[in-house]
Design a protein around this ligand. Sequence first.
Ligand SMILES: Cc1cc2nc3c(=O)[nH]c(=O)nc-3n(C[C@H](O)[C@H](O)[C@H](O)COP(=O)(O)OP(=O)(O)OC[C@H]3O[C@@H](n4cnc5c(N)ncnc54)[C@H](O)[C@@H]3O)c2cc1C
Length: 540
Amino acid sequence: MVNTNQPPPLVDYNLFEADAPLRESLEREGAAWAQDLVFDLGRLAGTQEAIDWGFQADANPPQLRTHDRFGNRIDEVEFHPAWHRLMEVAIGHGLHALPWREPRPGAHAARAAAFYIWSQVEGGHGCPVSMTYAAVPALRQQKDLAEKWEPLITTLDYDPGLRPASTKRGVLFGMAMTERQGGSDVRTNTTLAVPTGTGGEHLLTGQKWFCSAPMCDAFLVLAQAPGGLTCFLLPRVLPDGKRNNFHIERLKDKLGNRSNASAEIVLQDAWAMMVGEEGRGVRTIIEMVNHTRLDCVIGSASLMRQAVAQATHHTAHRSAFGKLLSEQPLMVNVLADIAVESEATTILMMRLAGAFDRASDPAESHFRRLALAVAKYWTCKRAVAVVAEALECHGGNGYVEESILPRLYREAPVNSLWEGSGNVNALDVLRAMSREPESTAAFFAEVDQAKGSDARLDRAVADLKRDLTNAADAESRARRVVERMAVVLQGSLLLRYGDPAVSEAFCASRIEGDWGHSFGTLPSSPELASIVERHRPATN
Ligand SMILES: Cc1cc2nc3c(=O)[nH]c(=O)nc-3n(C[C@H](O)[C@H](O)[C@H](O)COP(=O)(O)OP(=O)(O)OC[C@H]3O[C@@H](n4cnc5c(N)ncnc54)[C@H](O)[C@@H]3O)c2cc1C
């Protein structure tokens, strides 16, 4: 039987070369020096071999081994070889540590671009990579521990297995805050930390309800010390080679993120060292959370980009009713609309990563404080909708596992859940604005850089600023406010740096409201086809 009208697979292309918004942003954010690194990852990510690793790691989730054959507790998790290949590439390219290895201007932006590209192959393994990257700024609050652990974190060697850290070529970090009775409200943590009387040593006893990547070498953990909630470094293997009392109860059976292990754990007099000040645990670990929040934005941008790449590719090779789908005016509208969302997210992600690079400048630091919470809320929400729409562009083929769209769809909600769920992030925006008014000033200083270039944006910003002076029912209205903040920030960035057709479509729809309630409702324009072309990976 002749097989006609089926698109070729999207393979053997360079994900970086094919991504104009990313290439432009990398240069703008001062990371042109990292082009070779991102180019190399982009090429690898487009190979059949890497694509296969992604599918295999997802289809063969990790297995928990609580005991060995003699009944001794081992608390180990076994991963498919494909997981290890993905991790080798990620660690080998410094996605877990680039800015700490090479603290030069643009390092966070370079890492963001690289992480975004490689996550398009598979999202789950990004979890330990991200937590390891994010642990460093928290760890630096305890100089002696940072001096010991940072050299092991920043190598480019992926060295899995539970052994004393001092014998390993590289180590990975995780984070354990969430408990059964509360994840958002970590003040309810009940895990107890009892001082041993030696330095910052404590013994921790309690449970953690979600502890991802439990095969990491060490964890930053929150527990109640005599002086209040405190951050601790808890290694899985003690310096003398014995296993720490970190027991894995079971692995979560998750909607997505299936290649990654997320565990319920019990600590029973587990040995740990205090990080930062006693009673200031949230303040210490928030340094880590800020960096993982950036990765939630990167992860969402990455999911959107992969979904848009697949949809623009598929529709350029599939015909219905006598024309390619990509030539059908209504499909052009849908594709352009999701491409606009993807570009707005990529530019925002890179601008935020740039703010991490420039955080020693107080204006950038204040901007980051607020813009990060705004972006985390909004981009994570949008990823779910964009992926769903891209799936539909494939028709029935998009509903089939081999198309990658089901995996992207299952992965998409997780970024909005962890590191502060939607509401928690929206409320954090309010908190930042009331406690740090400088962050509001820095946010609008950035938005106002586009002032005068588009009357629609100017009107929306003026309305928003007016509304922000109204404190009544602020919590109830928080999502609405944060959405508007995200959209004016994205509009400003697009007007200054985006493709003109993209920024026009964005301002008309997202800012002026000439738009429906689902994607594919942009005002019609001959420019929509050029937006689609800009986002379609040119494979031939
Ligand atoms: C795949 C996965 C992996 C994870 N890995 C880790 C990990 O490695 N380490 C770790 O510590 N945690 C991890 N988590 C846990 C995650 O961080 C928590 O699930 C999250 O913080 C929410 O906490 P919760 O589940 O207790 O929900 P809750 O705190 O009960 O929140 C439920 C809902 O209520 C909302 N809410 C909370 N407070 C308010 C409020 N004041 N007003 C309005 N709405 C509110 C939240 O936004 C949320 O939508 C993981 C979660 C998942 C899904």
